[in-house]
Ligand binder design. Structure first.
Ligand code: NAD
Length: 473
């Protein structure tokens, strides 16, 4: 983004201007936090049912505007329209899941106090943190920030949300749906801008920050937050995810190829859970690789609304495409399918596979349609290769029997471990997060409720009542 006071967002598929708006400077960020701060106590003090009525009205707004939201997501990210519609669906579905998670994980419980059950109760209740910052990524510009915002509002927090600088229009549209749902003024502030605005928001007077984005940014935020350990920091970051194929029956070769292709190239490889490394048995991988290559060559890469519908669109912008092309070239190895720019001046890439067996490429997340093939001699080596990463987000095994999968599950260091299913497409009704550089042990999705509120334990008696235990003359 050029340094200016105006933020512009372009459609990746044709580079046309989609949205423009002012960049929030540090003063505007502080003012937004102050507005959120003064609105929050009234929201936290309202009855839960009153908050839930507004959150449900937001769900109705998302559903009523699902087509417009999906179109905007497609225009701003380049992802296929069919896929953007699933994102709009997940955005609405998050509401019921979050209401259930709030009740189950951060609800209130009252029981007789063990030490004095006749006179006192012990109670567990939760309180919101106050004002929470939300920083969103571009790849799911609605669903992922929404995954922080909905549970945080249910818990009684106010939000200052900075969408990705690459997807400001989707962020602004989501905020307009909250306003239409009747969310009181001040509770959801949107500040637009890039890393500078993000830094200003992280430094502002909030009670915490909920982040989804790259490990590089997450690590910077962790350093910044080290100075204020009293503020909560939830980090959802990237991965360098392994997909192991082992002991596969011939009858399952086509299904396995489909799982590999979907794992690696869905959303043009721009999902945190995409498979980056395909680990196979050196001795018998050829028939599978043939099918993967054949299927990859048949994938339609086109603009989001094209007919026939594309499997994948462009990556987010030309800078991302250039970075990916340079990283692929610098990796070495044997090219099986080259990473190619399909249209001069636009970020459409042909999905690529490179055999990096025996090399030690940098353990970085290449956030695009690029898959490494790694051939190994035995299953222990496959598990070791799968875990040879600083990240630990998702992993999957294709093939084998239950005993082999149990070995894989036991040996895998990742927060999502699947069997005969892609590495991506996690269930929103499950917790979602990773270990290593993929997160800071504050998983999101179903467990987002946990980082949106803090527990208060109480022992309560209607009248003062205590006899000292001993030692009184
Ligand atoms: P990013 O880290 O570049 O940006 C994320 C957000 O942080 C943006 O709003 C950005 O403006 C802001 N930001 C950037 N630098 C900052 C700084 N120094 N201080 C404060 N804020 C800053 O990530 P991205 O490129 O938008 O998204 C792709 C990344 O997100 C990938 O690494 C992907 O794996 C990850 N991701 C993770 C999950 C998950 O749930 N684990 C989900 C989706 C995407």
């Amino acid at each position: 983004m050029p340094h200016s006071d105006t933020l512009s967002s372009y459609r990746p598929h044709d580079n046309s201007l989609l949205w423009e708006g002012p960049v929030a400077d540090p003063g505007a960020v502080s003012a937004a936090v102050a507005r959120a701060r003064s609105a929050q106590p009234g929201w936290a003090g309202a009855a839960l049912d009153d908050r839930l009525a507004i959150v449900r009205a937001y769900k109705a707004e998302v559903e009523a505007n699902a087509e417009a939201l999906a179109r905007l997501i497609s225009e701003e990210t380049g992802k296929p329209y069919w896929e953007a519609k699933t994102e709009a669906g997940s955005t609405a579905a998050k509401v019921d899941i979050s209401i259930q998670a709030h009740a189950e994980r951060t609800g209130s419980h009252v029981a007789p106090f063990k030490a004095d059950p006749a006179a006192a109760n012990q109670a567990l209740r939760h309180k919101p943190h106050g004002v929470l910052a939300v920083l969103g990524p571009y790849n799911f510009p609605a669903h992922l920030p929404n995954g922080h915002i909905v549970p945080a509002l249910i818990a009684g927090n106010a939000i200052v949300f900075k969408p990705s600088e690459l997807t400001p229009a989707v962020g602004a549209f989501m905020a307009s749906l909250w306003a239409r749902a009747g969310l009181p003024d001040g509770l959801l502030q949107v500040v637009q801008g890039g890393a500078d605005t993000g830094r200003a928001l992280a430094a502002a007077d909030t009670d915490g920050l909920l982040f989804t984005g790259s490990a590089t940014t997450g690590a910077m935020l962790a350093r910044q937050f080290a100075e204020t350990p009293q503020r909560i920091l939830a980090l959802e970051m990237g991965g360098n995810n392994p997909l192991v194929v082992w002991n596969l029956e011939d009858a399952h070769l086509d299904a396995a190829a489909a799982i590999v292709v979907q794992s690696a190239f869905l959303s043009a490889g721009q999902r945190c859970t995409c498979a980056r490394r395909l680990i196979v048995h050196d001795a018998d991988h050829a028939p599978l690789l043939d099918r993967i290559v054949a299927l990859t060559e048949r994938l339609i890469v086109d603009q989001p609304f094209a007919d026939p519908a594309p499997f994948m669109g462009p990556v987010i912008d030309n800078r991302a495409a250039d970075r990916l092309l340079a990283a692929a070239q610098g990796m070495g190895g044997k090219t099986i399918l080259p990473l190619l720019r399909l249209h001069e001046g636009l970020p459409f890439l042909a999905p690529a596979i490179t055999d990096t067996s025996g090399l030690a490429p940098a353990d970085d997340e290449l956030f695009g349609p690029f898959l490494q093939l790694i051939r190994v001699a035995d299953f222990d080596a496959a598990i070791a290769a799968a875990n040879a990463t600083r990240f630990g987000l998702s992993a999957a095994l294709i093939g084998g029997d239950r005993a082999l999968y149990d070995r894989f599950w036991q040996g895998s260091r990742a927060g999502v471990v699947n069997w005969n299913r892609p590495t991506n497409g996690a269930a929103s009704s499950a917790p979602f997060g990773g270990v290593g550089l993929s997160g800071n042990h504050r998983p999101s999705a179903y467990y987002a409720a946990d980082y949106c509120a803090w527990p208060v334990a109480s022992v309560e008696a209607a009248t003062p009542h205590l006899a000292l235990p001993a030692g009184v003359r």
